[in-house]
Structure formats: C-alpha cells, structure tokens
Write a protein that binds this ligand. Structure first.
Ligand code: SF4
Length: 226
C-alpha cells in the first residue's frame, strides 16, 4: 500500500493520549478539511508490503500500541484490512483513525475505530456515511474537531440525536488547530478557545470529553512526524 511515513511518538488524542504509539500514516485523502494539518499526505509516499510495514512497526514499538492513520486509510481498504488483521494477530492494540466517509463494516473486530465526524466549518459537512453508526462498537471513539460555535452545536446535537455516549467508549470534542501555526506551544493557535468550549460543554452537560492535541503542546505545532 502507499505509505507516507511510519514513526514513533506520543499519542496526542483519544483515550490513549499520552501513551507511546507507532503511527502508520497512509497516503491519500478524498476530503479537504479547511484546517487539515496533514496535507503532505495527499500525494507522494512509497509502496510498502504488509510484511515490510509489520517489520517496521515491530522495530519501533515498545508499548504495543499502533495507530493506522492518514490521509484516509480506508481508501486503501483492500490492503489495509489485512494489515490491521495481521497487527491484531501479532498482539498489538490497533487504533484506526478515519473520517467515516468510507464504509467501515469490513474493519476487523478488535480494531478500535476513532471516527472523526466532520463538522460544518471543516468544509466537509455531511461527509460522514450514516450507515457507519451501525458499524460502531463499544470500544470505539467518535471525535468532533470544532472551529466555531456552529460546529459545537452540530456536534452537541449529533451526540444527543444518535445517543453516541451510549454506543461508544468516548465522545471527544477537540478544538481545531490553526494549520499554519508555528512557534509557541499554547492554546492561542486553537481556532476555538478551549476555555470557551469547556464552558459551553459544562453549560449544556454534554456527555463528551474535551481533548487537546497533546503533540501540538509538546513540540512546535508545525513539526511533522510527531
Ligand atoms: S480527513 Fe484528515 S487528512 Fe483528510 S483533509 Fe480532513 S483532516 Fe486532512
């Protein structure tokens, strides 16, 4: 499959935030989110076999945690599904980061899906494939990246309408980060002030977890492969 990079870092998001993790970043995405910080994955990369990827993961891994990400990994479903199954069989905890625009029913059982439902101001509203709600299981997580009050209200109402908190391990609300952010490692780069988001969540009693992208606060926000 076409791979942009494989590297080890600290997991920055989800309920696994803070843990060492190997990231397998696949090339290609069919969306164009306005705040995307992974545009370098849209093209390029290099071909790798399942065996070559597994060898590299084994070489880097200390914790047994692996994330398959992109781009959009499910664009390469024919090859990424066997890779995920192989990593599971080898005993890894495997996270799949996906927009949910592609069908998810063939993702192997045991993979933790982290589904990033796009909000209106991402510019990719309605890209989530609603049938994928039926593919969610209790170990999965659903994330909303928010840049405005309108995004927040969309996410809040989506969570309530589909009883997401009752379906998955965690619902995550995360402020979008400015994609051209460089230098200081603080929340001034967030498109939505985390404090404002926290106050809205408390006021509405939203059953979600506020998440900040840890890696943006540990390293320079412009740094790749972290
Ligand atoms: S789905 Fe992810 S990789 Fe694709 S444009 Fe959106 S943020 Fe970027």
């Amino acid at each position: 499959m076409q791979i942009t990079e494989i590297y080890k870092s600290i997991q920055g998001e989800s309920t696994h935030a803070g843990l060492p993790c190997v990231f397998v970043r696949l090339t290609g995405c069919n969306l164009r989110c306005s705040w995307c910080d992974s545009e370098y994955t849209f093209s390029g990369g290099h071909r790798m076999t399942v065996e070559e990827i597994v060898d590299e993961v084994e070489h880097l891994s200390v914790s047994g945690l692996v994330e398959i990400t992109g781009g959009e990994p499910m664009l390469q479903e024919r090859e990424v599904v066997p890779l995920m199954q192989r990593l599971l069989d080898d005993g890894y905890t495997v996270l799949l980061e996906t927009s949910g625009e592609r069908p998810l029913e063939r993702v192997p059982k045991g993979i933790v899906k982290i589904v990033d439902v796009k909000c209106p101001d991402s510019g990719e509203a309605d890209s989530f494939h609603m049938n994928n709600l039926d593919a969610l299981d209790s170990a999965d997580e659903v994330k909303f990246v928010l840049s405005t009050r309108a995004d927040y209200e969309f996410a809040r109402d989506f969570v309530a309408r589909h009883n997401l908190a009752g379906r998955v391990t965690a619902v995550l609300f995360s402020p979008a980060f400015r994609k051209d952010a460089v230098g200081s490692r603080d929340s001034s780069h967030c498109l939505l002030d985390p404090r404002e988001l926290a106050e809205w969540m408390l006021a509405d009693d939203v059953p979600a977890r506020l998440g900040l992208q840890l890696h943006k606060f540990i390293w320079d926000p412009a740094m790749k492969s972290v």
